[in-house]
Ligand binder design. Sequence first.
Ligand SMILES: O=C(O)[C@H](O)[C@@H](O)[C@H](O)[C@H](O)COP(=O)(O)O
Length: 240
Amino acid sequence: MERHIFSSEDAVLGALANFFVATADQAIAARGRFAVALSGGSSPKKLYELLASDAYRVQVAWGKVYFFFGDERTVPKTSPDSNYLMAKKALFDPLDTRPDHVFAVDTALAPAEAAAQYGVAIEEFFGDEPARFDLVLLGLGDNAHTASLFPHTPVLHDASVGVKDVFVAELNTTRITLTAPLLNQARATAFLVYGAGKAIAVQQILEGPRDVDQYPAQLIAPAGGNVHWFLDEAAAADLK
Ligand SMILES: O=C(O)[C@H](O)[C@@H](O)[C@H](O)[C@H](O)COP(=O)(O)O
């Protein structure tokens, strides 16, 4: 696990964009494609816009990139709360991404059906490959959740390699999330966390006692250990 700490949000985004490009190049050279699971929320929007900017768009063979989502809200794809819509506006549309290269959760279905279908889509894409995603991008909530793995929810102890619909009481809504075992089938994992509001959670996860119910992001531990935390100094302020 590596920590990459920078003085500003822009510096963090630039470093992660460079990591994304390098990881994509490596995957495409090795396997002819790059499969990435995107994170949602507000933090990654600027990252996606940066990747679609002139400075970066020329650095990746986007025609060989396949996009998935680590989690999704059970809202229409036209909703401002949709992780898919955020990525569409910030990344897919500017890159003119082929629709068949974007695997979105079908939120028009009932949550349990949407989760089951998404799990099948992932299974069919990767077949019996031991690893799944070349890169999993993750954010972090100030309560130490990542994807939609929220504290004290049953999904935290779900050993299945799949996708689940989870009711999140603190948000009073249902989310669709990849389980930790599936997220952990990644060749590389990158957290993007900035802002003072996340500092306590970052310190608890990286340096606190192991307590996955309280700090779900501690569940992210892929076999290869190739986990990178891209942090600004504010989010890293409590680290020793
Ligand atoms: O769907 C989501 O909201 C994300 O998957 C979620 O896990 C997010 O990464 C954290 O909640 C941080 O969100 P912010 O980046 O908005 O702080």
